[in-house]
Design a protein around this ligand. Structure first.
Ligand SMILES: O=C([O-])CC(=O)C(=O)O
Ligand SMILES: [Mg+2]
Length: 236
């Protein structure tokens, strides 16, 4: 494969990215038809932080962070760095020094299928990270890879300029051309959930609100007493 650094990434409009970032990952994911998650294995090192930003993608060789060094130069205010390796590696290819350089450039956070280190410093400096591991294992700077090419993260393709939303629930990738429609669908979902929340606070049951009694009935789920259950009824 040819190794490249693509320098002219198309980004979504900043105001739309910021508005998307007011919604949680779960909300936007649902609004997108339950798509876009990059898998459950990338966890935040911090708590209670949500970011949204434009993806700068990095494909590194395992055990090698050369292309992260190349990617820093391509990052702008409002970006999120998204790193993966050509084959699985949990080495600690990213730490406080990279975070210092990225924070200086206005980068909002890191998403990596690899490991990170210096996590106490990363937390103290408020640089948000979602990673597959915390791992002090060092890496070298010796092998070519690519910056700003499509990469696969947790089965989802992340293209440069896609919008990353990340919070305590995980990491979501919104394709760049779908950002406006995802925002509108997420806004609508927030309204719907607000109405449901008010109804639940008033004592309404989700079974009734979502017309689920008919679903249970169609599936043959029976309501029985303990005595009936213990007598062997209500099974299967
Ligand atoms: O330098 C490295 O290889 C990764 C690291 O620890 C840092 O960025 O601080
Ligand atoms: Mg370090």
């Amino acid at each position: 494969m040819k190794t490249v650094v693509v320098t002219d990434v198309r980004r979504a409009e900043a105001s739309v990215i910021d508005k998307l970032g007011t919604h949680g990952v779960a909300t936007v994911h649902e609004a997108m038809g339950r798509t876009g998650l990059v898998g459950a294995s990338l966890r935040p090192i911090q708590e209670g932080v949500r970011i949204a930003g434009s993806a700068v993608t990095v494909l590194c060789w395992p055990g090698d962070n050369l292309m992260i060094h190349a990617a820093v130069e391509q990052c702008r205010e409002g970006d999120v760095l998204v790193v993966t390796t050509a084959s699985p590696s949990l080495d600690g290819s990213f730490g406080e020094l990279f975070a210092t350089a990225l924070q200086h450039r206005g980068v909002r956070g890191l998403v990596t299928t690899g490991g990170v280190r210096d996590v106490a410093d990363l937390r103290a400096m408020g640089f948000p990270v979602w990673s597959a591991a915390v791992n002090a294992q060092g890496t070298v700077k010796a092998t070519a890879g690519s910056v700003n090419v499509p990469i696969t993260v947790g089965g989802t393709v992340v293209r440069p300029g896609d919008v990353i939303v990340a919070d305590d629930d995980g990491v979501l990738c919104v394709p760049r051309l779908d950002v406006q429609s995802a925002l509108e669908a997420a806004d609508a979902r927030v309204m719907k959930e607000a109405a449901s929340r008010a109804a639940y606070l008033a004592g309404e049951l989700s079974l009734d609100r979502n017309r689920l009694r008919g679903v249970l009935d169609d599936l043959g789920v029976k309501y029985v007493t303990t005595a009936e259950y213990e007598a062997g009824h209500g099974h299967g």
